[in-house]
Structure formats: C-alpha cells, structure tokens
Ligand binder design. Structure first.
Ligand code: IPD
Ligand code: CA
Ligand code: CA
Length: 266
C-alpha cells in the first residue's frame, strides 16, 4: 500500500459521514421549502438557498479533512485555485426533482489527485443509497460490491438519459436517435446524473447518456462506474467526458452498439 492509498483509507469514512450529514440536511429542508425560496438560473434550471448552504457545509467539512485542497463546485461559493488535490462537488444533484418535492436527488463528491479522480462518493438520502469507490478497492453500494449488467444489445436494454438545460443540435440529434429506439428498449429520465451513472455501476440500468453535463455532475459517478467494471466515454468514444460536457456511461458490453445507433448516428 502506498502513501496515497493510506491517506484515502484514512479520509474515506470522514467523507462518507459528510455526504450523509449533507444528505440529511437536504432531506429535512425539502419538507419546509417554500415556493418563493426557489430561484431560476435559466429556463427550467432551478437553485435554492439549500444548494448553496449545502455546498458551504461540504466545503468547510472537506477543507477540514484535507486542508491544502482546491474546490470545483457548482454553486461557486468558493473560487477554484489549482492544487495537487481538488474536490469536485455537487451539493445537490437533482434540484429539479427536489424543488418539486420529488426524488431522487443526491450529494456528489469526487476527489481528484492532479488530473485523476481517486475517490467518489454519491449519496441518495431518500433511498438511503450510498455509492462509494476508492482507487484501491471495489465500488460499493451500502457496503456491498457493485457490478455492471451483462446486457449486450439495445433490444430490452434499460437506458437512462437526460435533457440538458441548453440543448445544442448534436444533443438534439442524439435524442431523436433515441426516440427511434423507443419500441426496442426502455428509457428513463431519473433527474440526477450522478445517481444515474451509479445505477449503471450497480447493474440497475445498462447505460446512460447526456450532453451538456458539468464535471460536478459526472466526476464521482464516472469513477464509481469505472471501478465497478463499466465504461465512460465522450461522444467520440474518447476519454474527454469529465470536462467535455459529453457523457456515455455503460456496462461496457453495450457501449459500441449504443455509440453506433444513438450517439454517432446522423
Ligand atoms: C442536473 C441533473 C440532471 C441533468 C442536468 C444537471 P442539477 O444537475 O444532474 O439530471 O439532466 O443536466 O444539470 O442542476 O440538479 O445539479
Ligand atoms: Ca448537477
Ligand atoms: Ca446541483
């Protein structure tokens, strides 16, 4: 075991506790959220004081765990400054579900060392589902090892996707391609990218795709999926999915078929 792995083992329980505490805060605030407390960043793109407060709490807690670290966060309650270790966090992934009193939604926390993600934690406080992966161990759901599905064809596949806040023509073509498969496979929009990628890691769904996602939507989930034996790529099949705003996540076996029929088909 090297130093990096030892450090991770030391901090992972603290990160999990923080994810659980933040998730409990989200769940309790959802019950009392008033309509006038919901703001719009753009059409159908919501934010609340809860997103921001949850982020401030996460930053404070994670900074205490790793004092020299940087933060890349959705609500920008802290300014990003390059460091060896960076946290990539979404305090509330699934805000649209959340403001409608719906679920799922999640807390998503990834730790990056230089340019590589080394830790991912995604927590759904409603379903009490905790997804965790560290580079030196298997990915788990509530402590049980995760494994991807064996689905190889689009026929009868169970596939998640999402519709980005700003839909470009590429994203639109992909959605039209998916529509052509509506009779062939089951599609689901669950509304929390971080969780939907973890569902692929858990073998619940076979694949997931989305354009226009940000690093905090995908960093933890993608790492968890890769540790569970799945595959992530951008829309060209390359590995620019963390910052490239293009995500195809799959069990690996379905990846090429999905790419051919939905992602790259004209
Ligand atoms: C959103 C969710 C949603 C996806 C959006 C994301 P937010 O994150 O992950 O599933 O379709 O593109 O922005 O805004 O709820 O943190
Ligand atoms: Ca998000
Ligand atoms: Ca968010």
């Amino acid at each position: 075991m090297n130093d990096k792995e030892m450090d991770l083992n030391n901090i992972v329980d603290e990160v999990i506790l923080l994810a659980r505490t933040t998730g409990a805060y989200l769940a309790s605030e959802q019950r009392s959220l008033q309509k006038q407390e919901i703001e719009l960043k753009g059409t159908r793109n919501y934010v609340t004081y809860i997103d921001k407060e949850a982020e401030r709490r996460l930053v404070k807690g994670l900074r205490a765990i790793l004092p020299e670290s940087a933060f890349l966060t959705e609500e920008e309650t802290v300014t990003f400054e390059p460091r060896d270790y960076s946290w990539i966090i979404d305090p509330l992934d699934g805000t649209t579900n959340y403001v409608h009193g719906d679920s799922p939604y999640s807390v998503s926390i990834a730790l990056m060392h230089e340019t590589k993600v080394i830790l991912g934690v995604v927590f759904d406080p409603v379903a009490d589902q905790l997804f965790v992966a560290t580079g030196n161990g298997a990915a788990t759901l509530n402590g049980e090892p995760l494994g991807v599905s064996r689905q190889e064809s689009l026929t009868n596949a169970y596939i998640g996707f999402g519709i980005p806040y700003s839909l470009d023509s590429r994203g639109e073509t992909i959605l039209v391609n998916a529509m052509k498969q509506f009779r062939n496979c089951s599609f689901r929009i669950k509304g929390s990218a971080a969780l939907e990628i973890c569902y692929v890691a858990a073998g619940i769904s076979d694949a997931y795709f989305h354009s226009g996602l940000s690093p905090w939507d995908v960093a933890a989930g993608a790492f968890i999926l890769e540790c569970a034996g799945g595959r992530c790529s951008d829309f060209s099949g390359g590995d620019h999915y963390l910052f490239g705003k293009e995500m195809v996540a799959s069990n690996g076996k379905l990846h090429e078929t999905l790419m051919q029929h939905i992602i790259t088909a004209e």
